[in-house]
Design a protein around this ligand. Structure first.
Ligand code: HEC
Length: 733
C-alpha cells in the first residue's frame, strides 16, 4: 500500500513540477507582457477615444517625459492617429508611406510605400491627410487596411508586404464603381475605414466643385476585396430621399461623401456615417431641395448597407457645413434608465445627441427659421435644426462687442471692416453685395479630430475653433478663356479670385513661376497636396491652358485677367468668369455664381479680429447637457510674452480621455504644446514642448507593463515655424 502510494507520488511529482513551472511562467509572461492595444484610430469601434489605462494619472502625470521620437524628413501633414497592436505601432509618414514601429522604442520595423511596390516613379508624391489605418484579425489571420490616396491596400502587419489575394494584386481602386469608368474621379481616402466582421466600410474625400463623383459609402470584403454593399448618399430613382433633389441630379450631383470616418455599434451591427456637403458648396441653384443624404448622420445596417434612420444637420447646405467630426457612441442616463446614444458634433458648434437605435433626439431639436438667400436662382432652406441642449461650444454670431481689443488700432480696423459685413448669425446665406460673417469659421467649431467621451461619467470632451471667417459670392462674367474659366470654377474657392489665397491655409498662387516649374504645377493639380484635392479630371488641353493662366496671370486665349479682389475684404463683387462648366452639363445646371475665396477675419497683424477665446476645450455632461468646464486652448508665444496669454488659438486634432482622470490634447498650432487636463476640473496638470505642433489626435497604449502616449507632430500649419514632422511618445520614467 505504502509502496504503491509512494511510487504513485514519485511518478506524479515530475508532472506536478512541470505544471507548476508552466503556471509560473504563464503568470510572469502575463505580467511581463502586460499590454493594452489602441486598435483603431478612434480608440475602438465606438469612436470614444477612451482608454481604461490609468498608470499615468492625476498624481504622477507631472513626471511624464518623452520616451522616443521618430523623425520623418518628408513634406505633408498626415494628421494620423497611430494604431497600436501587440506592441507594434502602425502609422503614416507625411508622404503616405505606411510604417510599423516598435511601440516601446520607436524603431522602424518596416515601411511600405505604393510607389516602391509598383515601381511607378512620380514627379512629386501627392500628399494629403490619412488619419489612420484599420486592423483586422480572425484566428491567426491578420491584416492592415491602409487607405493611400485613391486606393485601399491590404498589408501583412508582420512584414508590410502586400496581400496579393486582396482586390487586384493587393489593393482596390476606389475610383471605380462610383459613376462612369471612374478614371477621372478625384478620390482621396483621408480617414480610416471601419471593420465590421469581415467587412471594411469606407468613404473618401472628393472635390468641392463640379464635377465630383457621388459619395457612395461602400463595404468591401476584407479577405477578397470584393464589393459587398454600396449606399447611395445621392439617392437613385426609387430610393428614399430621391425626392429631395431634382429628378436627374443623381446623374450629375456630386460629393455628399463621408470623409471623416465612422463609429460602429458592434453588438447591434449599426454603422454611423456622417456626410459632407454636396457640390457646388456655396451655390445650390442646380440642386433645389433638402439634398438628402448630404450633411447627414446616417445609421446603416453594417451587414447590408440598408438605411435604418438618418438625421440631416443642414438642409440644402450653402456654407460647406460638412459633418466634419466623426460620431461618438455613449450611454446616458435618463430617468433612471440607461439609453444608448450617438453624439454628433458640428462645425457650427452644435452637439446633437440622438438615440442610437431609432435616431430620436435626447435633447429637443427645433427647426429654427433662418434668413433666405437673395442670390438669383437659389432656394435656400427656410429652417435649420438646432438642439435645445447643450449650448453651442463656439460663438455663432459676431457682434461689434465681440471684436478684437488687442490694440486700439486693431480694434478700430476691425470696427471699420465689420461695418461692411453682414453678420446675422448662423446660416445666413452668402450674398453678392458684401462679405457675410461665418462664425465659427469654415474650420469649425468641431473638426476631424473628433471628441473623447468617458463611458463611466458620460462626459464628452471637445476642442473647438472660435474665430470668424467671411464668404461672398460673385456673379460670373462671360468671355473668359479656358484657363481662367477653369481657375474660377475649380480653384478660386481656395486660392481666391485674385490668386492671393488666404495664407497660410490656402497659399497665394501669384509669382508661381519663381517657385515652381510647369511639371511641378501639373503634378500638384493632378495629384493634390495637403488640403488640396487632386484634379485628375482636367483634360490635357484644359490643363495646359490652366497652367499658362497661372504662370502668366492672363488667359492665353483671351488675355482676360481675373477680377480685382484687392486685399482682404475689399473685393467688389465683380468676377469675370463662367457660365458653363468643364463637366458634362445637365439640365438645371447653373454655374452663374462662384465663391470668391475663403477669408479669415484677421487683423492687420495677422491675429484673429474677434475677441478671444480663439480656441477652447470643453467638457460637457451628456446626462444633463450642461458644461462641466471650458478652458482656453493654446496661446501665441509672442503675444503671451506681452502678457496676452489667455487667448486660445486655432487647433486641429482632438483629445483622448483615460481612466487615469486625464484628458490629453496637443492640437494647438503656435505654442506647440502637448497638455494633460484633469478630466473632472479642467485644471492643467502637465504640458510639454513638442518638436512641431501636435495637429492630430493622440493615442495611448501599454507594452511590457508601461503606458505610453503618442502623438503625430507636424509644422505645416505654421509656415514660420521650423518645418518637419515626427511621432513623439511619452511615458513615466
Ligand atoms: C479645397 C481647396 C483648394 C482647391 C479647390 C485648390 N487648391 Fe491648390 N492648394 C490648396 C492648398 C491647401 C495648398 C497647399 C498644400 C500644401 O502644401 O500642403 C494648395 C497648393 C497649390 C499649389 C502649390 C503652391 C505652392 O506654392 O507650392 C498650386 C500650384 C495649386 N494649389 C494650384 C491649384 C489649382 C490650379 C487649383 C484648381 C484646379 C487648385 N489649386 C485648387 C487648396 C486648394
Amino acid at each position: 500500500m505504502q509502496r504503491s502510494s509512494r511510487s504513485c507520488l514519485s511518478k506524479l511529482l515530475p508532472i506536478v513540477w512541470i505544471l507548476a513551472a508552466l503556471l509560473v511562467e504563464a503568470c510572469s509572461d502575463l505580467r511581463g507582457r502586460r499590454s493594452t492595444d489602441w486598435p483603431a484610430a478612434s480608440g475602438g469601434p465606438g469612436g470614444q477615444r477612451y482608454s481604461a489605462l490609468g498608470q499615468i494619472n492625476r498624481t504622477n502625470v507631472q513626471r511624464l517625459r518623452a520616451a522616443w521620437t521618430f523623425e520623418m524628413a518628408e513634406r505633408g501633414d498626415p494628421e494620423t492617429t497611430p494604431i497600436i497592436v501587440d506592441g507594434t505601432l502602425f502609422a503614416y509618414t507625411p508622404e503616405l508611406a505606411v510604417i510599423a514601429l516598435d511601440a516601446r522604442t520607436g524603431h522602424l520595423i518596416w515601411r511600405f510605400s505604393p510607389e516602391r511596390a509598383t515601381g511607378a516613379p512620380r514627379v512629386a508624391v501627392p500628399t494629403g491627410p490619412s488619419r489612420g489605418l484599420a486592423y483586422w484579425s480572425r484566428g491567426r489571420e491578420r491584416r492592415l487596411l491602409a487607405g493611400i490616396r485613391d486606393r485601399l491596400y491590404a498589408l501583412d502587419p508582420d512584414t508590410g508586404q502586400l496581400i496579393d489575394s486582396f482586390g487586384s494584386g493587393g489593393s482596390i481602386d476606389l475610383r471605380s464603381g462610383l459613376r462612369g469608368d471612374g478614371a477621372g474621379h478625384s478620390v482621396f481616402m483621408t480617414s480610416p475605414g471601419i471593420i465590421y466582421d469581415d467587412l471594411i466600410i469606407v468613404g473618401f474625400r472628393t472635390l468641392e466643385t463640379h464635377p465630383a463623383p457621388p459619395g457612395d459609402i461602400r463595404a468591401f470584403d476584407v479577405v477578397t476585396g470584393k464589393l459587398r454593399w454600396s449606399f447611395h448618399t445621392i439617392p437613385h430613382p426609387g430610393e428614399a430621399g430621391y425626392e429631395t433633389w431634382p429628378t436627374t441630379a443623381w446623374q450629375y450631383a456630386g460629393a455628399a461623401n463621408n470623409w471623416v470616418g465612422f463609429a460602429l455599434d458592434e453588438q447591434r451591427g449599426i454603422v454611423y456615417a456622417p456626410t459632407g456637403s454636396a457640390v457646388y458648396d456655396f451655390y445650390g441653384g442646380d440642386r433645389p431641395g433638402d439634398n438628402l443624404y448630404a450633411n447627414t448622420l446616417l445609421a446603416l445596417d453594417a451587414r447590408t448597407g440598408r438605411r435604418l434612420w438618418h438625421f440631416q444637420g443642414v438642409h440644402h447646405d450653402l456654407w460647406d457645413r460638412d459633418f466634419a467630426s466623426p460620431p461618438t457612441l455613449v450611454s446616458v442616463s435618463r430617468g433612471g434608465k440607461q439609453i444608448d446614444a450617438v453624439a454628433k458634433l458640428t462645425k457650427q458648434g452644435f452637439l446633437f445627441l440622438l438615440n442610437r437605435v431609432d435616431g430620436s433626439p435626447l435633447f429637443p431639436i427645433a427647426e429654427m427659421p433662418v434668413r433666405s438667400s437673395e442670390v438669383p436662382g437659389e432656394e435656400s432652406s427656410p429652417t435649420q435644426p438646432a438642439p435645445a441642449l447643450p449650448a453651442p461650444f463656439a460663438r455663432q454670431r459676431l457682434t461689434r462687442d465681440e471684436l478684437t481689443q488687442r490694440t486700439p488700432g486693431a480694434h478700430d480696423w476691425a470696427l471699420a471692416q465689420f461695418a461692411r459685413f453682414r453678420s446675422e448669425g448662423p446660416y445666413t446665406p452668402f450674398g453678392l453685395d458684401r462679405p457675410t460673417v461665418l462664425m465659427p469659421g469654415f474650420d469649425g467649431g468641431a473638426e476631424w479630430g473628433g471628441a473623447a467621451v468617458d463611458p463611466k461619467s458620460a462626459v464628452l470632451y471637445v476642442n473647438s475653433n472660435d474665430i470668424a471667417w467671411t464668404g461672398q459670392l460673385a456673379e460670373t462674367a462671360l468671355n473668359l478663356g479656358e484657363g481662367a474659366t477653369t481657375y474660377m470654377t475649380q480653384c478660386a474657392m481656395c486660392h481666391g479670385v485674385d490668386r492671393r489665397g488666404a495664407p497660410p491655409e490656402f497659399p497665394s498662387l501669384s509669382n508661381l513661376s519663381s517657385r515652381l516649374s510647369v511639371s511641378d504645377i501639373t503634378a500638384v493639380i493632378n495629384g493634390g497636396r495637403g488640403r488640396m484635392p487632386p484634379f485628375p479630371n482636367l483634360e490635357v488641353g484644359l490643363l495646359e491652358n490652366l497652367v499658362s493662366f497661372l504662370l502668366a496671370g492672363t488667359d492665353p486665349a483671351r488675355a482676360a485677367a481675373p477680377g480685382p479682389d484687392s486685399g482682404r475684404h475689399d473685393a467688389p463683387p465683380v468676377l469675370p468668369g463662367v457660365t458653363t462648366l468643364v463637366a458634362a452639363g445637365a439640365e438645371g445646371r447653373n454655374e452663374r455664381y462662384a465663391f470668391t475665396g475663403y477669408k479669415k477675419f484677421l487683423d492687420p497683424d495677422g491675429y484673429p479680429a474677434v475677441a478671444p477665446p480663439w480656441g477652447t476645450l470643453n467638457a460637457i455632461d451628456l446626462n444633463t447637457g450642461q458644461y462641466l468646464w471650458t478652458v482656453q486652448l493654446g496661446y501665441y508665444p509672442e503675444l503671451a510674452a506681452q502678457g496676452l496669454d489667455a487667448t486660445g488659438t486655432e487647433n486641429y486634432g482632438g483629445p483622448i480621455v483615460t481612466a487615469g482622470g486625464l484628458v490629453f490634447i496637443a492640437a494647438t498650432i503656435y505654442d506647440r504644446k502637448f497638455r494633460a487636463f484633469d478630466s473632472a476640473s479642467g485644471l492643467l496638470l502637465w504640458e510639454h514642448d513638442l518638436p512641431y505642433a501636435g495637429t492630430a489626435t493622440p493615442a495611448t497604449y501599454m507594452v511590457d507593463g508601461r503606458q505610453y502616449i503618442v502623438v503625430c507632430t507636424n509644422a505645416t500649419r505654421d509656415r514660420r515655424a521650423r518645418q518637419g514632422s515626427a511621432y513623439v511618445a511619452f511615458a513615466l520614467p
